[in-house]
Design a protein around this ligand. Structure first.
Ligand code: UT7
Length: 333
């Protein structure tokens, strides 16, 4: 059986216009700009506006359109949409299928939502790569889009200061034999023993929304920040080290490290554990906060657009999130 390499042929992003600063949050919960900046590095975040159609598939439309154009393709060239989303447009049909409609794809390409929380885009990259490697598909659109403002409890200062809304997308395409691009390797994991440390308990089939749920504000996310923090650093560093070791690489071989943008301290601690210089870490958490599974494709697109990331470079992605999921992907861009 013939195997093919996968390249990122295009990428795009969308950030809602509406900015919510730390100062704005001080009017909602007992917090301060100083505390948020010191503990997270976050200065502001973007908030989706439903009146402008900025629900998940609406935001994803702009990111996906940009990625498809940059890849030099038409929407109908896409064989499959993998859509990482934590709180979808609606419970069904999939948000991927909503996006298919918005993009005007008439080929009835395959559509699938992935829920691996903040790690979802990294999961999608790994699945999309497998489909291209085996020759099943030529072009797979991998989207990470989140409307975290919809599950954020704006009265809980432990979590609401962390999140923001946005969308990022890449097109994965079959690389020509002459091209050096490849998704070289990846690791994915989930530790469900810690699932209750980052969870949205109510609103699914097991515990539907009732007046009591709404009164108790149980339709929102709850989080044990310290457990999530420690687990994030440990698993991201472990997965990155695994990828380096089994591909006979050192951190010197990595041109850019693009971690999930959750908290500057998590990013710095992970880089330190890997003995990797912060100058080569792509970081934009101060502007957008934690956009969950959209954060890596947004950061990637920004760095490609401003010329930091160039063809031929070696990139390392790492993410963590509810589940508790984690993953890392090594790329020859
Ligand atoms: O994609 C995954 C999403 N989740 C994460 O990435 C979460 C990872 N965890 C974190 O980022 C950090 O744990 C937080 C930023 C959430 C919290 O930082 P921390 O350094 O772990 O603070 P803490 O929870 O230990 O709280 C320290 C103090 C507490 O007060 P006392 O008990 O020392 O008096 C909190 O009540 O800070 C207080 N605190 C706040 N103060 C001002 C907690 N949140 C706030 C706040 N403003 N927003």
């Amino acid at each position: 059986m013939e195997f093919f390499n996968t390249k990122i042929s295009g990428s795009g992003k969308f950030n809602p216009e509406k900015i919510m600063t730390n100062e704005d949050l001080t009017k909602m919960v007992d917090t301060s700009d100083e505390w948020i900046v010191q503990r997270t590095g976050i200065k502001e975040r973007r908030i989706a506006d439903l009146d402008k159609g900025e629900y998940p598939s609406g935001m994803a439309y702009y990111a996906a359109k940009d990625a498809i154009e940059k890849a030099g393709l038409e929407p109908n060239d896409i064989d499959m949409i993998l859509f990482s989303i934590t709180l979808p447009d609606m419970l069904f049909p999939s948000t991927a299928s909503q996006l298919q409609d918005k993009l005007g794809i008439t080929t009835h390409c395959a559509c699938l939502d992935i829920n691996a929380a903040c790690t979802g885009w990294v999961y999608g990259l790994t699945l999309g790569n497998s489909l291209i490697q085996t020759g099943a598909y030529k072009n797979v659109l991998v989207v990470g889009t989140e409307m975290t403002s919809a599950f954020n409890n704006w009265e809980d200062r432990n979590s609401c200061i962390l999140f923001g809304d946005g969308s990022g997308a890449v097109v994965l395409s079959r690389a020509e034999a002459t091209e050096e691009c490849a998704i070289v390797d990846s690791v994915l994991s989930c530790d469900s023993s810690k699932a209750d440390t980052l969870i949205l308990y109510k609103g699914g089939s097991k515990a539907p929304i009732t007046h009591e749920v709404l009164n108790n504000k149980e339709q929102y996310v709850t989080m044990d920040g310290q457990v999530v923090f420690k687990n994030a650093v440990k698993t991201m560093a472990k997965h990155c080290a695994t990828l380096l070791k089994r591909n006979n690489l050192t951190t010197n071989d990595i041109d850019w490290f693009i971690p999930h943008q959750a908290n500057l301290r998590i990013i710095e601690t992970t880089a330190k554990l890997l003995n990797y210089p912060m100058e080569k870490v792509i970081c934009n958490v101060e502007k957008y906060a934690n956009t969950s599974s959209a954060s890596i494709p947004i950061a990637l697109t920004e760095a490609i657009n401003d010329g930091r990331i160039k063809r031929g470079q070696t990139l390392l992605f790492a993410a963590f999130g509810a589940g508790l999921t984690s993953g890392a992907v090594l790329i020859k861009f």
